[in-house]
Design a protein around this ligand. Structure first.
Ligand code: ADP
Ligand code: MG
Length: 364
């Protein structure tokens, strides 16, 4: 599998569907643009119906964009039919041939290409080794676990050495533990082969753990594109902040700009947040984005918000403390609980925050 990796460029694509019953038009994807670098794995992440699959299907050639252009490498493939595009697709349903064993399922694409038998055998065994299935070449798909079937599907896609690998919720049919193992596997295989990949999921943990970069979508538009750390630590909206991780939003009023952050007021207390999204004027309503690890607990009266510990959940390396406040339940993560104070359930506490870890975000 020594092939040069290619880039993918999606430029201002829009997709409108005509509703066959009402004649009403649905705009599934609105003026979406992004570039995926050669060998990169980029995830399209967002809630159901936000346009992820439609975007992927346009890259694959199963749908044509209403407007815009798509490039694979230097080639404009916008009007190219799916079969003529140098790509392979893996779906949630594995689509294996039930009457063929694992070897023949994987060999299928090469047989169509009429490669010599010995070459097919070498390539199939190499690819099965890559996905960790070399022992199971003779099995029929019906006698494989879900994870193994998905590996066969992956092997069958990779064996024809496509330039681009497209995956649409490939792990949705697997149970939680298997999903976790398979996402590590997919990541390992994709890096080993060096193939450019687009991965669609609505599962933030999956997206965050296997991607070089994540594109967060909502209602057919891109909200933000960045590494997992960028979108987690510096989301550009409350939507992205909430979609990619646990978070509490504390409503504040902006008093004025201070460096990269703002002076704000909460319940007539004034405090500073060193970082925030630019462009908020004095008097504007905003939110402090507080992730569980950015909050601390203190004696009543010491912080910016009073509350009572409702539940402590011991997770070993951390404790999740739920504090009920007048803003609702707020989650505080206490790392390394053997060395830190865990406030018993029922304690009256006050919340403080690590200024460096919180952000000011505009209201939506
Ligand atoms: P996602 O994969 O993010 O769940 P989709 O891309 O499948 O979202 O769908 C985006 C929107 O486009 C949805 O509102 C969906 O109903 C609509 N849509 C998708 N495919 C079609 C189609 N063939 N005809 C009409 N509407 C469609
Ligand atoms: Mg979908």
């Amino acid at each position: 599998m020594e092939k040069k990796s290619v880039s993918i460029e999606v430029s201002h694509i829009t997709k409108r569907f005509k509703d066959p019953s009402g004649g009403k038009t649905v705009t599934a994807v609105k003026d979406v643009s992004f570039v995926i670098e050669p060998g990169e794995l980029v995830t399209l992440l967002g809630p159901s119906g936000c346009g992820k699959t439609t975007t992927l299907r346009m890259i694959a050639g199963f749908e044509l964009p209403t407007e815009g252009k798509i490039y694979i490498g230097d080639d404009d493939v916008t009007q190219l039919p799916a079969h003529a595009r140098d790509k392979a697709t893996v779906f949630q349903s594995y689509g294996l041939f039930p009457h063929m064993n694992v070897f023949d399922n994987v060999a299928y694409g090469l047989k169509i290409m009429k490669l010599p038998k010995t070459e097919i055998k070498t390539k199939v065994m190499d690819t099965l080794k890559l996905v960790g299935l070399e022992e199971l070449a003779g099995r029929s798909p019906g006698r494989l676990s879900g994870g193994q079937q998905q590996r066969v599907a992956l092997a069958r896609s990779l064996i024809v050495e496509p330039s681009v690998l497209l995956l649409d919720e490939p792990l949705s049919n697997l149970d939680a533990l298997l999903r976790e193992q398979m996402r590590v596997e997919i990541r390992r295989i994709q890096k080993k082969v060096g193939i450019t990949a687009v991965y669609v999921t609505h599962d933030r943990t999956e997206a965050m753990s296997l991607s070089d970069r994540v594109i967060v979508m909502k209602d057919g538009v891109i909200m933000q594109m960045g590494t997992a750390a960028e979108i987690y630590q510096n989301p550009n909206s409350k939507f992205v902040a909430g979609f990619v991780g646990k978070v509490a939003f504390i409503p504040v009023e902006i008093l004025g700009k201070e460096g990269e952050g703002y002076a704000c007021s909460l319940q007539s207390q004034r405090f500073m947040v060193p970082k925030g999204l630019a462009g908020l004027a004095p008097g504007a309503k905003a939110s402090v984005m507080a992730r569980p690890e950015s909050l601390r607990l203190d004696e009543p009266g010491k912080g910016f918000l009073e509350g009572k510990v409702s539940v402590n959940i011991y997770l070993g390396s951390s404790v999740e403390t739920f504090v009920s406040t007048e803003l609702g339940d707020i989650l505080v993560q206490i790392d390394d609980p053997a060395r830190k104070k865990v406030w018993p359930e029922g304690s009256n506490v006050s919340l403080t925050f690590e200024p460096e870890l919180v952000r000011i975000l505009p209201e939506e």
